[in-house]
Design a protein around this ligand. Structure first.
Ligand code: ZN
Ligand code: ZN
Ligand code: ZN
Length: 268
């Protein structure tokens, strides 16, 4: 009798390249228990994810830690980069895209809102002005997005959320018409129209900075409230500061909600 091996491929894989707030964790010159923790899950580079389907590899944001993150994950190929917003902790590693332009010998498609793209053009003018368009340099191919778009087989739906005084993008990732994951790394509120778009989402990745409320970020309780309002099947908390220790905070959470940690890979 012939044995059939059925291989079930994940629709989408998401790897957390970083899960820390803008300063990373540990903070420089801080002696708090989380900053001094020996638990590797308390070492948080700046927040970023890698989204992979079998035909495409997408980076979300270029943090100041991008080089370290790429080496740590043995990242060899990037097909595109999408940006949530232009705060320094999400864009400062832009220059490190040069290696991926060199490896693929082509410009790097970068996707962002018109506002974020304008900031990228200002901050990295030398890359956008075409003056350095030789092979071994970062060569962006800009795409301003205000509506859903596709990268390979992955549909990407931008969703605006308030983050301090700004409106920034979170992204919903779908394949074959099915929403699989949503990523909201920086927000202090998720409006009802966005909640409606992510109802029942298999994986919600959501900002949870600390216990206390913050004008630009969700607190832990607020993040739990968003996950409940969205009826998320699973939720992972990210953009975490230094008052949420991985082990102790995990004990406060329901089983379907976890603190993310650097290197964590989800298959959806
Ligand atoms: Zn941030
Ligand atoms: Zn600390
Ligand atoms: Zn931000």
């Amino acid at each position: 009798m012939q044995t059939w091996r059925i291989q079930v491929m994940a629709e989408l894989a998401i790897t957390f390249l970083g899960t820390g707030t803008s300063q990373g964790v540990p903070f420089v010159a801080c002696d708090c228990p989380v900053c001094r923790s020996d638990d590797p899950r308390d070492k948080r580079l700046r927040s970023s994810i890698l989204v992979e389907a079998e035909d495409v590899t997408i980076l979300v944001d270029t943090t100041p830690d991008l080089r370290t993150q790429a080496l740590r994950q043995n990242l060899r190929r990037l097909d595109a980069v999408i940006f949530t917003h232009s705060h320094t902790d999400h864009v400062a590693g832009f220059d490190d895209l040069r290696r991926f332009c060199e490896l693929a010998d082509r410009p790097m498609p970068v996707y962002a809102s018109p506002h974020t793209m304008a900031d990228l053009r200002r901050a990295f003018y030398y890359a956008f002005d075409g003056q350095h368009a030789y092979r071994n340099y970062v060569r962006p191919e800009p795409h301003e997005v205000t509506a859903p778009f596709r990268l390979g087989s992955v549909e990407i739906i931008p969703a605006e959320v308030p983050h301090g005084k700004m409106l920034v993008y979170g992204y919903i990732f779908a394949r074959h018409g099915r929403k699989l994951a949503a990523y909201f790394s920086d927000c202090h509120h998720v409006p009802p129209d966005v909640i409606a778009q992510i109802l029942g989402i298999p994986v919600l990745i959501i900002d949870a900075l600390r216990h206390e409320p913050h004008p630009s970020h969700l607190s832990l309780q607020e993040a739990l409230d968003v996950a409940a309002a969205a009826s998320a099947q699973r939720a992972y908390l990210t953009h975490i500061g230094h008052d949420l220790g991985h082990e102790e905070t995990g004990k406060l959470l329901p089983p379907h909600i976890r603190l993310a940690h650097d290197g964590l890979r989800l298959e959806i």
